[in-house]
Ligand binder design. Structure first.
Ligand SMILES: NC(=O)c1ccc[n+]([C@@H]2O[C@H](COP(=O)([O-])OP(=O)(O)OC[C@H]3O[C@@H](n4cnc5c(N)ncnc54)[C@H](OP(=O)(O)O)[C@@H]3O)[C@@H](O)[C@H]2O)c1
Length: 333
């Protein structure tokens, strides 16, 4: 049988919205392959919006299998499969596919990888998101000053490294000493700020007033407010995520001058990054990242906490949402 974590009703709590179900292991049809998932990536913040019923571009029909990315091994192939053979290790990225033990997918969607490891799982798609946010949305250039929130997280640890490779001055913001140590170990941040120890707004205003060429913010609220007034002329503030906003009941309503008050005279901008709108750029970004990884130009950090089996996905989700994780959170199946 195929054990799956599926949304069966909308709720703000994963334990209410999702349950473990079992179905027959599917047979691959023409041009399809059957994969045994070995590791899955946890995107708890996106997942929560999905099981709350807030992701408008996804049609959630119950039961809806959760999860986006997985790495695994092909254990059966359908007719007319030309790209893969049984035993190939592959990476897959597809909404509604990963949080299950087996999946059937079109052969063209399964990307061959040297081994089904958590590192390749983190690269595809989290590393790809970072690369596209840096190149396409932020248009980062060498020598620019970039400031990154949640810098020790799955997305953030790729962004800081990619910006350093471009020759930027990199500021990494994080919320614990453990996370600061991880950033130190990457040797790519010129300045590390633990916002639990110092006011992020004060530090940025003291040290980077009008100097932030690019800000990558995955948190929102106080973090967004600290970045915005410190943008440099022509600066870009890229909203990659809204962790603090989305963990609250409602979007915070603020009463203050509109965003353009801070940025008009500087010709600065606020931009939003959305990975799935750059599908055609994924292959190029993936190749760049795989090469950089194999040549030791970027390090992949996976959270060391062991989570095993479909049942453990709930624990892994809670762990990420509590802000405790460091690097990419993964579950071994
Ligand atoms: N737009 C896109 O296409 C796209 C693609 C990938 C990811 N994302 C977004 O990027 C962000 C990072 O994703 P990730 O999976 O790599 O997660 P992550 O960064 O590994 O984990 C989330 C981190 O965000 C920080 N955080 C601050 N306030 C938080 C809160 N209220 N709840 C949870 N975390 C909080 C914490 O770091 P500190 O303690 O250091 O603050 C936490 O460790 C998420 O918001 C995700 O939705 C967006």
């Amino acid at each position: 049988m195929n054990k799956q974590l599926a949304i069966t009703c909308f709720s703000s709590q994963i334990s209410e919205a999702a349950e473990i179900i079992k179905s027959e292991i599917p047979n691959p049809g023409p041009h399809e392959v059957l994969i045994k998932n070995k590791w899955v990536g946890i995107n708890a913040i996106y997942d929560r919006e999905l099981y709350k019923g807030n992701v408008s571009y996804i049609n959630v029909e119950f039961p809806y299998v959760m999860g986006v990315e997985a790495v695994g091994e092909i254990i059966a192939v359908g007719s007319n499969v030309n790209l893969h053979v049984i035993g190939d290790t592959v990476s897959t990225v597809k909404v509604g596919s990963a949080y299950q033990e087996y999946q059937v997918i079109n052969e063209s969607t399964a990307i061959k990888i040297p081994d089904a490891t958590p590192d390749y799982l983190a690269i595809n798609p989290t590393g790809i998101s970072a690369a596209l946010a840096v190149d396409k949305t932020a248009e980062v250039r060498a020598t620019e000053t970039v400031v990154v929130s949640a810098a020790a997280g799955g997305l953030g640890h790729f962004i800081v490294q990619l910006c350093k490779l471009k020759g930027c001055h990199v500021v990494g913001i994080c919320g614990s000493e453990k996370k600061a140590k991880l950033l130190e170990s990457l040797a790519c941040c010129d300045r590390i700020i633990n916002y639990k120890k110092q006011s992020i707004s004060e530090v940025l205003t003291d040290e980077y007033k009008n100097k932030i060429d690019v800000g990558f913010d995955s948190v929102g609220r106080h973090m967004f407010d600290a970045f915005l007034p410190n943008l440099a002329p022509l600066g870009r503030l890229v909203v990659c995520g809204l962790a603090a906003e989305l963990s609250a009941e409602n979007f915070q309503v603020v009463s203050q001058p509109r965003v353009y008050e801070s940025i008009y005279w500087k010709g600065a901008s606020v931009r939003c990054f959305m990975n799935h709108l750059f599908k055609e750029d994924h292959p190029t970004a993936r190749k760049m990242l795989n090469d950089a990884y194999l040549n030791n130009k970027i390090k992949v950090k996976v959270d060391p906490t062991p989570f095993q089996g479909i049942d453990a996905i709930l624990d892994a989700s809670h762990y990420l949402l509590a802000g405790r994780s460091i690097g990419k959170v993964v579950v071994q199946l």
